[in-house]
Design a protein around this ligand. Structure first.
Ligand SMILES: [Zn+2]
Length: 305
């Protein structure tokens, strides 16, 4: 378990222990018999451990103590389990793990991890495979492309984190659904528990600039994340020694680690070559590692509006 999660669970346990202690003090102040019952319960456990009591005797005494405690609590207007241990998740008793010998993450931990992934991905959660509507396409040809593209993208997600061709390059003019599909892949990847990060090329360059001269590594997250979605390549400022260099470094390092990368651009191949140079273009268009999807047809946004 990650240490941030361990901290989370230990803080939950502490909070619940404090609440338990408060309840105990509150009730025992009102009804001192509850305090004697608690002391007696402790003595039974000690006697059992010392062999002065059989297990059956101890069990029957503890059952009697619990029953009396419940009766007292109800008489005082509290729920019968008011003094039982408090757990936010009763399945794992706030440890985050279930199972006797083989520890497995509890569903509450998986939910937290999911949330952490979702928060870190910077996706648009409205653009998913589930929200895909074929009827927005103006022509049969475009609709059939959209449906095939969705199937293809879903297959890609299913093959993550190691697709046969790890990279996708979505090309075509704006308003044809490129970013939508890239985003939908990201959302489905997060659902599969895959660490994902979407960034626009503009934001990427801003981050690259922010790291200059202060020894920070703002691009490390883009190098190391399992699935990177680089959106809108070609809309960022071309800053000498920054834009192309940072882009090449990320693409190169991710290729070396065989990490999947999705690049989305409105530019065509010639424009990408002239903008970024052969070195980056050959990475982007590396046919052995990249599936290129070309989006064509009429703009879906202008049609809708
Ligand atoms: Zn749990």
């Amino acid at each position: 378990m990650k240490s941030s999660l361990q901290q989370y669970y230990s803080s939950i346990r502490e909070k619940n222990a404090r609440l338990s202690e408060q309840r105990k003090q509150e009730c025992e102040k009102k009804e001192p018999r509850l305090a004697s019952l608690r002391t007696e319960r402790g003595q039974v456990v000690i006697s059992l451990a010392a062999g002065k009591m059989t297990e059956a005797q101890a069990q029957s005494r503890i059952a009697a103590i619990s029953a009396e405690r419940k009766t007292l609590l109800i008489g005082m207007g509290y729920p019968a389990d008011y003094l039982d241990p408090i757990y936010t998740c009763s399945k794992c008793r706030d440890t985050g793990e279930v199972g006797e010998l083989l520890k497995k993450p509890c569903s509450c931990q998986l939910k937290l991890q999911q949330k952490e992934l979702a928060d870190g991905a910077r996706l648009n959660w409205k653009e998913t495979f589930a929200s895909f509507r074929p009827e927005i396409y103006p022509t049969d040809a475009q609709r059939s492309f959209g449906v095939r593209c969705k199937k293809y993208c879903e297959k890609y997600v299913a093959s993550l984190p190691s697709p046969e061709k790890p990279n996708l390059l979505f090309l075509g003019q704006s308003g044809l659904g490129k970013s939508y599909f890239a985003n939908a892949i990201g959302a489905a990847a997060v659902e599969h528990g895959i660490e994902t990060r979407k960034v626009t090329a503009y934001r990427f360059v801003q981050d690259a600039l922010s790291g200059i001269g202060n020894n920070s590594e703002p691009l490390a997250v883009y190098t190391n994340v399992t699935l990177l979605i680089l959106d809108d390549l070609g809309t960022e400022p071309m800053i000498p020694n920054v834009t192309a260099e940072s882009l090449f470094r990320i693409l190169n390092e991710r290729a070396a680690m065989n990490l999947p990368t999705i690049v989305v651009s409105n530019l065509n191949k010639d424009e990408l070559v002239s903008e970024y140079g052969e070195r980056i273009a050959s990475r982007l268009f590396d046919g052995a590692r990249t599936a290129i999807v070309r989006f064509t047809g009429d703009n879906l946004r202008t049609r809708q509006s």
